[in-house]
Design a protein around this ligand. Structure first.
Ligand code: 0RA
Length: 646
């Protein structure tokens, strides 16, 4: 639409606005990624982002987020309040423009530091368009203003409904169940994890998160208050709470570098895993990018220089690689970029070249200072790096051995694998089954056309505590790699998993429905999370759900997955049914296993997905780390699934 028409004919313009909103409703995935669970939660993030922006501009310090009794969500801040005065060009209030016009979000305020990007920052109007009902309340200049909308259309012009001495903006919305057909139910764990993350990423802000859908024994709502004064430094302590640090402080910095705000915090622990989380404008950049590149180069350059100067490397027979500097490292990088370019498959890879050098320099300076001031810690870090280099050499040999064996073993499939006959991976699934005996039952019960069985021996290696070469030397783990047909990249820059040759698009973990079974599932999941993260991210990993009970009377039988189902089944049979509790998969015969757990037309599979990599990392380090007492209880409660959202 030309400028001229815009100026003279706002009704034409509002038609365009309407078309914009219609477009959002017609193609919601273009704006929020998908219309599943993830997209649904994205609505909340979008609204909260606006309040975070207001806070980052220094105009507010408190944000309240609530899931209401009726399932709607309210976000409230104590900022300046969205302006309600007439927007001259549009002929309606500024609030209405923000709420009903695509792409209007925040643009009319040049002072505010608007940094949202990626899928975020599409504007609150998108949330409005995808809500059956939305209500905006603005507290501003001593007055309360209100406007309501249905599916993005305003129901009346902004009206004043009272007076107040409060300041701020309150938004309440009801997601449209004709758009979010899968579910409109918000997950407490998902939102809570994101609010926690946001409070660490934006220090000083208080975020109160309330779930009003249920009350506890005392008649109170579930409430969490997130507030961090130290930001990333505290985030590191939270993430590494279950690991043992090897240096005395979290190393951190927070300053503007070449006009790019850079925050970094890191620590070294006794583990062998590298854990780097990177953010751009509060968005987790799963695929990394230029800020991560800057971080790595700054870290490697500075530690290498220090190590060389210290003489500690003199007797070393081989070169140290970049990886070696990152074993046992937990780090968070958070940058704010005015016009972020997001690339990659999931649009979570930062592309802006100008970010590399400021981050690299900032990290270099931070580390140099720390090493100088803490020579003891410096020595500990370099020693760890040397050990990592030695282990890497051993691991490389072990990996080569896996590859050699693969080549020599005629196709290289593990002997224990009972493969399926179908060749198209998209139609194939593999069951990883706990124990040889259950493996045997599964083998008899399966549909051999498309279902393969790989029995695993008891407890597989805890990769969280094992050195990498031990992982690659482990027979069960090698079997998983070869059965799945995936390989790990060995180059410095790409340790990415090669999923092109993945032989099964469904990888199903099937363990006993008891504590030991959960523990084994968790061990396998930990392995996938640390070594085949892409497999989880691409949605290939599932958990089978075997029943807990068989309820039987005469020729009637029913299975039950919990006590309630068991009692109901018993009642249906007149109350005197025989109840068998399955203590493990082994107690089921092949037919029972098929009809309850493996038959695609009946079984329920829980797909494993990761909302928050950082939270998943913390959970796995807790479950698999050294602290034993909290672990068992946690597994029993099955909270790992709540957090991983299986
Ligand atoms: C632009 C200008 C002004 C306020 C805001 C944006 C604003 C937007 C949101 C979104 C959620 N909460 C918000 N709070 C404020 C006002 C500028 C002024 O008063 O001078």
């Amino acid at each position: 639409m030309s400028e001229e028409i815009k100026k003279n004919n706002y009704s034409a313009d509002s038609i365009q606005a309407l078309e914009g909103m219609e477009h959002v409703r017609m193609r919601p995935s273009m704006y929020i990624g998908d219309v599943g669970v993830r997209g649904l939660h994205h609505l909340v993030y979008e609204v909260v982002d606006n309040s975070i922006d207001e806070a980052m501009g220094g105009h507010c310090d408190t944000i309240g987020v609530a899931i209401n009794e009726d399932g709607s969500v309210t976000v409230e801040d104590n900022g300046r309040g969205i302006p309600v005065d007439l927007h001259k060009k549009e002929g309606v209030s500024a609030l209405e423009v923000v709420m009903t016009k695509i792409g209007a979000g925040g643009k009319f305020d040049k002072d505010s530091y608007k940094v949202s990007g990626g899928l975020h920052g599409v504007g609150v109007s998108v949330v409005n368009a995808l809500s059956v009902h939305m209500k905006s309340t603005v507290f501003r200049d001593g007055k309360i203003y209100e406007q309501e909308y249905e599916r993005g259309k305003s129901l009346y012009p902004v009206k004043q409904i009272g007076e107040t001495d409060k300041r701020g903006t309150r938004q309440t919305f009801y997601p449209d169940n004709t758009i979010f057909t899968q579910t409109t139910e918000f997950s407490y764990d998902t939102l809570s994890a994101r609010m926690r993350e946001l409070s660490y990423l934006n220090k000083g802000i208080t975020i109160t998160f309330t779930d009003k859908r249920e009350v506890d024994d005392k008649g109170e709502f579930k409430v969490e208050v997130f507030h961090s004064d130290e930001g990333l430094k505290e985030y590191i302590r939270y993430l590494d709470g279950n690991r043992e640090p090897i240096i005395s402080h979290v190393i951190s910095m927070d300053h503007e570098k070449g006009e790019i705000p850079v925050e970094v915090a890191l620590i070294y622990n006794t583990s062998y895993t590298e854990n780097i989380f990177s953010y751009v404008n509060n968005i987790n950049t799963h695929e990394g990018g230029t800020h991560l590149q800057g971080f790595r180069s700054g870290l490697t350059r500075t530690l290498k220089k220090y190590a060389d100067a210290s003489g500690m490397l003199d007797k070393l027979k081989f070169e140290i690689a970049g990886d070696d500097f990152r074993e046992g490292l937990t780090a968070i990088i958070s940058v704010k970029v005015a016009e972020p370019q997001f690339e990659g498959q999931t649009k979570t890879k930062l592309g802006n070249r100008e970010v590399v050098s400021p981050v690299s320099q900032a990290v270099g300076e931070m580390l140099e200072n720390y090493l100088e001031e803490n020579p003891n810690d410096a020595r500990i870090i370099i020693q760890k790096v040397i050990l990592a280099a030695q282990a890497r050499h051993a691991a490389k040999k072990a990996r080569e051995m896996v590859q050699r064996k693969t080549v020599m073993g005629g196709g290289g499939l593990p002997g224990k694998l009972s493969d399926c006959s179908e060749q198209d991976p998209a139609r194939c699934e593999v069951y990883l089954v706990e124990g040889d005996s259950a493996g045997g039952t599964a083998k008899q019960g399966r549909d051999r056309a498309f279902q393969a069985i790989l029995p695993l021996r008891g407890k597989i290696l805890n990769v969280e505590k094992a050195m990498h070469h031990k992982v690659f030397e482990n027979e069960e783990i090698r079997n998983i790699f070869t059965a799945l047909g995936v390989t790990v990249g060995t180059s410095e820059d790409s340790k990415a998993l090669n999923l092109e040759k993945l032989r099964y698009h469904k990888v199903i973990i099937m363990c006993d429905a008891d504590v030991d079974g959960s523990h084994i599932s968790t061990l396998i999941l930990t392995f996938f999370f640390r070594f085949m993260k892409e497999l989880i991210e691409e949605g290939h990993v599932y958990i089978a759900a075997p029943p807990l009970y068989l309820v039987k009377k005469g020729n009637k039988k029913e299975y039950a997955w919990n006590d309630v189902q068991r009692d109901q089944a018993n009642e249906r049979m007149g109350g005197s049914a025989a109840i068998q509790r399955y203590k493990g998969l082994g107690e089921m015969n092949a037919e029972q296993l098929w009809e309850t757990t493996m038959d695609p037309s009946f079984r329920t599979l829980r797909q494993v997905n990761i909302d928050s990599l950082a939270e998943a990392d913390r959970v796995f380090s807790m479950l698999m780390g050294d602290e034993v007492p909290p672990r068992r209880e946690f597994i029993e409660k099955n909270a790992v699934y709540a957090n991983i959202d299986a």
